[in-house]
Design a protein around this ligand. Structure first.
Ligand code: F6P
Length: 741
């Protein structure tokens, strides 16, 4: 039905209904008016007849009365006249209705019942008493013709019809004109809205017209809901890059700033003579989160541990980084020597670190360390409160140094979304129960909205630990723990690296890297090279790695003089005795093996215990024939993924410990048990002898995995889950369900 008809048809129907109801009313009303007029007229006529009639009666002139009546009824309205004398017979004009008889006049006394139907149409009958000197002479009957009333009624009906028809036409024309104009305006406005004009509130751009504001509002909500409906399901279909993360932050989380909190800072300013140098620490956490912060901006709160850190910050302890293209801020938290010793070296790295890693190093717990740990977590919380611009920031808390921080944030900012990521393994409940402050650690972590681990195994261990140690509600289907009110979702988010790796942009050709590295170490062009890149930490299995190399040279002497292994080892946590002993042990073992198999300048192990910047490490990855990751226990191990990412030539073999999280994602690596020196030696031999085709097939599969599950996807999945939680929270606030009570 056309737009005009939609307006006109109901209008015409309504007008017709009104006309249908109005016509009988008008008819009755006019009839009543005419009857009243005829009553008055009859009375007037009767009064003027009174005297002549008295004269005729007195004279007994019946014939004269009849003549008189005959004259009077020539009036077009007066239909007939009659007189009923007291006790006498009717004297009437010609045409007087026979139905009116002198003995039946009483019925016309009722003023509402004076109508009489006749063959000529309706008649009005009025009866008047004629008296003389108070004595009744008889009754005068006046009969008026009422057919004119019928004629007028017909006429009135016609006029009413014309009136309503005219009215309907005019109103329809006006309505159709207004409807057409408004409709065009609406279509134009809606099209503009659908094109996005005035829909998004952008500075400098006009908003939608006031009448479109409610629709614009609904559209915005709809778009957001559709995006959020689609995104989590389409996680696999999204192309994960920095822009994807930014889109999630803007679309899903209303452009909120991200606060990252970790102990380790991504850029360390160090004094070197009278110069200030910037260092990138050897840290998986930094490798993963730095590209995220470049993409999302925001603020990274971390311990200012560099010797020149204080010199470069502003009055709010902030510095913009990366130094070459600032994209976000570091807010530095300052710790005293005692605090650092108790919180970082003591509780975090002599207590929690060995507690969570199965590396057979006993954890040490001291009350004084714990007290520092609590105080420093509080210090970080204060920095979060300073940086939070809204009551509901998104805070990404990193690692075991800050286990108490999530609850501290939740207590002060209950609307904040706290996503905590635990970068190291979580042990089974028996192992964890060693910690004297186990409940406080668990309670602290359960202040998180989301608690992430690298593997499902670590999630299971955490939930088992909570179940065993706290009075908490554990839902194993949704992996949610409710403790003290709000729930914490425990979920697996395997961490990853930037893809494509930033270093790729500036990297030199593989052939150049191979030649340069070999030249640097005095090796021939065909010399085979393995590489290991680690912090010098006992969990990394460097001793086991060297033992495997030693075993290889024992079992397969063909490699002596043809193969060397470069171990890049970044000094770490050097004030802890265990680490000092480990370094000494590693140095001694390397010397021992070199002494045993080295001859003529040949060194099977090239040990480089010093800090290397990421581009230098990248060069080694590209120069090597194999990379050996032999961690005794590791949450993920990003060196494995970095090596794969560096090999765009599809060459090189990865030997990977089965005790790393990465082993679950990269089965095309040669997976080994680092405690089994013979197995590792066999893997080394296989790697060195592996044909190029097999290297390529394995490397391609691994590169595909790392490309698909890069670090943007890791962070994006957490942010999408956080956005989903926030949405569900809002729905529950709107419609609290009381279970039908
Ligand atoms: O692997 C655990 C972890 O804390 C990482 O988060 C980080 O990459 C690494 O250890 C470095 O440790 P630190 O900050 O003590 O140098």
């Amino acid at each position: 039905m056309s737009l005009s008809l939609r307006f006109i048809l109901p209008l015409i129907l309504a007008l017709a209904a009104i006309a249908y109801a109005v016509v009988p009313l008008v008819d009755q009303l006019t009839l009543r008016w005419f009857v009243r007029d005829l009553d008055i007229r009859a009375e007037l006529v009767a009064n003027s007849l009174q005297e002549p009639l008295q004269d005729h009666l007195r004279a007994g002139q019946k014939a004269k009365t009849q003549q008189y009546f005959a004259r009077l009824v020539q009036d077009e309205r007066l239909f007939g006249l009659g007189f009923c004398p007291e006790g006498g017979a009717l004297v009437a004009s010609k045409g007087f209705p026979a139905a009116i008889r002198c003995d039946g006049l009483e019925r016309f006394g009722d003023p509402t019942d004076r109508l009489l139907e006749s063959g000529q149409g309706p008649l009005h009958v009025a009866v008047h008493a004629i008296t003389q000197d108070g004595q009744a002479l008889g009754r005068l009957v006046l009969v008026h013709d009422m057919s004119f009333v019928q004629r007028r009624s017909e006429e009135t009906k016609r006029y009413v019809f014309y009136f309503f028809a005219g009215l309907g036409l005019i109103v329809s024309l006006i309505t159709v004109a207004i409807a057409q104009l408004s409709w065009r305006g609406w279509i134009k406005g809606m099209r503009a809205l659908l094109r996005g004009e005035g829909l998004l509130r952008e500075p400098g751009k006009a908003e939608a017209a006031p009448e479109f504001q409610p629709i614009a509002r609904d559209l915005r909500v709809l778009i957001r809901e559709m995006e959020s409906e689609i995104r989590p399901r389409d996680d696999a279909q999204l192309s994960w890059k920095p822009e994807t993360l930014r889109a999630i932050l803007h679309g899903e989380l209303s452009g909120e700033d991200v606060l990252v909190v970790s102990n380790r800072e991504p850029y360390i300013h160090v004094r070197s003579g009278d110069r200030t140098e910037v260092q990138r620490p050897a840290s998986g956490l930094v490798t993963a989160l730095e590209p995220i912060m470049r993409a999302c901006s925001g603020t990274w709160i971390a311990h200012g541990s560099g010797s020149a850190d204080r010199e470069v910050v502003d009055r709010q302890d902030r510095v913009a980084v990366p130094p070459e293209h600032p994209a976000y801020h570091i807010h530095r938290v300052w710790l005293s020597k005692e605090e650092e010793a108790g919180y970082y070296y003591g509780f975090a790295n002599e207590g929690l670190w060995p507690l969570c890693h199965i590396a057979h190093v006993r954890p040490t717990f001291r009350t004084a360390d714990w007290e520092h740990y609590v105080a420093v977590n509080r210090k970080f919380a204060e920095a979060v409160f300073v940086e939070a611009k809204k009551p509901n920031p998104i805070v990404l808390v990193q690692d075991y140094h800050l286990a108490l921080l999530p609850r501290m944030i939740r207590e002060r900012l209950p609307e904040a979304i706290v996503i905590t990521f635990w970068h190291i393994p979580w042990p089974n409940p028996e192992a964890f129960s060693i910690c004297p402050w186990r409940e406080q650690i668990l309670e602290g972590l359960l202040g998180s909205s989301i608690l992430g681990f690298h593997t499902q195994f670590h999630c299971n261990n955490f939930v088992d630990t909570v179940d065993r140690m706290l009075e908490a509600r554990v839902d194993r289907e949704s992996f949610t723990v409710s403790y003290g009110g709000k729930p914490t979702v425990v979920k697996r988010y395997p961490i990853s690296i930037d893809w494509p790796p930033a270093a790729e942009l500036t990297a030199r050709r593989v052939e150049d890297c191979r030649a340069d590295v070999r030249r640097r170490h005095g090796l021939g062009a065909a010399h085979l090279l393995g590489v290991g890149v680690d912090r010098l930490d006992y969990t990394k299995g460097v001793i086991e790695r060297f033992r495997a190399i030693e075993r290889l040279l024992e079992l397969e002497p063909v490699w002596i003089g043809r193969f060397s292994f470069v171990q890049i080892a970044a000094p770490t946590r050097t004030s802890i005795g265990e680490y000092q002993q480990y370094e000494a042990h590693v140095r001694a073992l390397a010397e021992e093996i070199n002494a045993r198999f080295g001859r003529g300048g040949y060194q099977p192990i090239i040990l480089k215990i010093e800090h290397h910047e990421p581009p230098d490490v990248y060069e080694y990855y590209r120069a090597a024939d194999l990379c050996f990751v032999s961690s005794l226990h590791d949450g993920m191990n990003l060196v494995a993924k970095e090596f794969v990412a560096a090999r765009d030539d599809d060459r090189g073999v990865l030997i990977l410990s089965q005790f790393t999280g990465a082993a679950r994602e990269l089965p095309e690596a040669l997976i080994v048990n680092p405690y089994d020196a013979d197995q590792c030696a066999a893997a080394l031999h296989m790697a060195l002898a592996m044909p190029a085709g097999e290297q390529r097939d394995r490397m391609r599969l691994m590169r595909g995995l790392v490309a698909e599950f890069n670090v943007y996807r890791w962070a994006g999945r957490m942010l999408l889950d956080a956005a989903g939680m926030r949405r569900r929270g809002k729905v529950q606030e709107r419609k609290p369900w009381t279970g039908g009570q």
